[in-house]
Ligand binder design. Structure first.
Ligand SMILES: Cc1cc2nc3c(=O)[nH]c(=O)nc-3n(C[C@H](O)[C@H](O)[C@H](O)COP(=O)(O)O)c2cc1C
Length: 201
């Protein structure tokens, strides 16, 4: 295993100009600045079919599970839809059932950072829904989360981030995920320890 931790970002929406995809990319910038190798997996680009165990596994699902299996941490970012996560993000999470037989299974020992964008103020509900899935998949939800409220004020119509303060919060979340991943590697656990102690260098 490389010394550098690898962080896979998963999420966004099925539309161009997705605010949740921009939020994900921004959080990954923070992860990269904290010393991680990063990769983004957009649900629009993956274009996964609805999960079923009854057909051949699509290439996109293979790509997803191999990227996740090779990562030490993840960041998930969903739009808030009807007070919860989008079907597309949930469907991508459903495909992670293919990690059931890995050693270790699912997302064991991986810290997961959670981000949601919302038109109103219900982003925390989407984050809480994602946390249920983190637990189901045996991962560790990083306590620092970022529900981005009133996304229409934070991003422009093309999905570009226009609120510098939210950008800093997203990058801080990305850095915290990396800190947790290094601590988990070194100590077998992660908590709120001093981040400087676990810097990539
Ligand atoms: C089908 C649908 C349902 C939505 N439901 C909610 C909601 O329950 N609460 C909320 O705050 N915003 C809701 N929104 C607004 C989106 O969360 C918001 O526009 C978000 O930025 C979309 O993410 P995206 O830019 O990545 O597509 C909804 C939008 C759509 C299209």
């Amino acid at each position: 295993m490389s010394d550098q931790v690898s962080v896979v970002g998963l999420g966004g929406s099925m539309r161009a100009g997705s605010t949740s995809l921009t939020a994900l990319r921004t959080a990954l910038e923070g992860a990269a600045a904290a010393g991680a190798a990063t990769q983004v997996l957009s649900v629009r680009e993956l274009d996964l079919p609805l999960y079923t165990p009854e057909h051949a596994i699509p290439d996109a699902a293979h790509r997803l599970v191999e990227a996740v299996a090779g990562a030490q941490a993840m960041i998930w970012s969903s739009p808030t839809y009807q007070g919860s996560i989008s079907g597309a993000v949930k469907n991508a999470l459903d495909w992670l059932v293919l990690l059931a037989d890995r050693q270790p299974a699912y997302l064991t020992n991986k810290p997961i950072g959670l981000v949601a964008t919302a038109g109103g103020v219900q982003g925390l509900q989407a984050i809480n829904a994602m946390e249920f899935s983190v637990r189901a998949l045996r991962g560790w939800a990083v306590p620092l989360v970022l529900p981005v409220a009133q996304s229409w004020q934070v991003f422009d119509p093309d999905g570009a981030l226009v609120d510098a303060a939210v950008g800093e919060q997203l990058r801080a979340l990305g850095a915290e995920v990396v800190r947790a991943a290094y601590q988990l590697r070194q100590e077998g656990t992660c908590d709120y320890a001093d981040s400087r102690q676990f810097a990539a260098s």
